[in-house]
Design a protein around this ligand. Structure first.
Ligand SMILES: Cc1cc2nc3c(=O)[nH]c(=O)nc-3n(C[C@H](O)[C@H](O)[C@H](O)COP(=O)(O)OP(=O)(O)OC[C@H]3O[C@@H](n4cnc5c(N)ncnc54)[C@H](O)[C@@H]3O)c2cc1C
Length: 371
């Protein structure tokens, strides 16, 4: 019997959609690649982050704020279903600035963004100088100028999130197929047929959530495959006593005590490696932020590729050429997971993706020549 939905890609975006649809009673199968494939969901920083999201697209800022507000309930529900603790915490966050120029630029960006639509008046933030930040970030180094603080931000263990989504999907009957890459997709009129080395799968509707795999798969379905890899490198220290410090994109202490250090954007194609130069720079900056880390030992480093659309904002789109085919690509799949599992899954289920989220279509990248 064909599935209601086939989802191509078992990262956090595909699994959140699978969870949302299965919870609504739909029959869902997820086809995924193997462990060696490109997987942002297994290499990210775990921030559930609102501040700064949506410059140039205030609606994305609204979605980020909304998702952060429903995240606590989402996390609770996943834990209740699976027994997996997502290590989710929402005590606020700080984006750090290292000089006055950077601080001015960040504040100007936030002022413009949060004044751009009445829906964003609810976003609370303020710029705090180093002295004021000490309350939130004890032991902050003297070379930090200050930072933007917001109470909406939080963080989680992204691997626990993914594990919980797999477990919850399994309990709801989702057919998850690892090492089953889609090699060809065909629209049959009655639905879709997907060929894989493990056999052929059919469904009434199909969701592409293949991350960077969308580059190959999306265009044939009349969907935007315009995503590019942007590498981040991440360092983790040994476990250290909890310092009570709020998370930031530059550094956060995980529930198990290790500090996770990152926040670099590198255009290096599909290379997931790490470089000594960047490890050195990240380590140096971490010690500027928290001088007490100078003697901390690094225990792990990795590189991972972000799934970046041309404007950095999400793509949610329904194919006009092949009704029933959808594409989901985004660079903040952890932050948006709660929204993806609820409102986005509902919009897809009701075939209202275009009506509800038409401004997120990849068609916005097809620039029309004028005059
Ligand atoms: C360094 C770094 C830090 C980040 N930090 C944060 C953060 O703090 N907060 C946040 O919200 N976001 C963060 N992100 C972004 C977040 O990780 C991504 O938005 C999210 O993981 C994207 O999930 P995805 O499911 O779309 O992609 P992926 O995780 O890449 O999953 C795509 C899946 O599709 C599969 N696939 C591809 N092609 C095929 C095919 N042909 N057939 C079957 N399966 C296929 C792949 O194997 C993979 O499992 C970060 C990303 C990086 C790299």
């Amino acid at each position: 019997m064909p599935q209601d939905f086939l989802i191509i890609g078992g990262g956090v975006v595909g699994m959140a959609a699978a969870y949302g649809l299965a919870r609504r009673g739909r029959r869902v199968a997820v086809l995924d690649e193997h462990d060696g494939s490109l997987r942002a969901s297994r290499g990210n920083a775990g921030l559930v982050w609102v501040q700064g999201k949506g410059s140039g697209m205030p609606r994305y800022a609204e979605l980020s704020l909304h998702s952060s507000e429903v995240w606590p309930e989402f996390a609770e529900e996943l834990t209740a279903r699976t027994g997996i603790d997502l290590e989710y915490e929402r005590r606020g966050g700080v984006d750090l600035c290292f000089d006055a120029e950077q601080a001015e630029a960040l504040q100007a960006e936030y002022r413009a963004l949060y004044a751009s639509t009445p829906a964003l008046e609810a976003v609370r933030w303020s710029y705090l100088d180093r002295e004021a930040l000490l309350e939130h970030l004890p032991g902050l180094g003297e070379r930090v100028h200050g930072g933007t603080w917001s109470p909406h931000d939080g963080h989680c263990n992204p691997l626990s999130l993914l594990r919980a989504l797999y477990a919850a999907c399994q309990s709801l009957g989702v057919d998850y197929r690892p090492a089953t890459p889609a090699s060809a997709i065909e629209a049959t009129g009655a639905g879709f047929t997907v060929r894989t080395p493990g056999g052929t799968f059919t469904s009434e509707r199909l969701i592409l959530a293949a991350g960077l795999g969308g580059r190959q798969l999306a265009p044939a379905l009349g969907l935007s495959g315009r995503v590019r890899p942007v590498r981040g490198q991440v360092l983790v220290t040994e476990r250290l006593p909890q310092g009570g410090r709020l998370p930031s994109p530059q550094i956060r202490q995980t529930a198990s005590g290790g500090y996770l250090i990152g926040d670099v954007l590198e255009e290096v194609g599909d290379d997931t490696g790490v470089t000594l130069e960047t490890i050195h720079q990240l380590g140096e900056r971490a010690v500027q932020i928290y001088p007490d880390l100078a003697r901390a030992r690094l225990v792990r480093t990795w590189g991972a590729l972000r799934v970046m659309t041309p404007d950095g904002n999400p793509v949610y789109e329904a194919s006009r050429r092949f009704p029933g085919a959808y594409n989901l690509s985004c660079h903040s799949g952890i932050t948006l997971a709660a929204f993806h599992a609820e409102e986005l899954a509902e919009a897809i289920d009701n075939d209202r993706l275009e009506a509800a989220y038409g401004d997120f279509s990849g068609a916005r990248f097809d620039v029309q020549a004028t005059g």
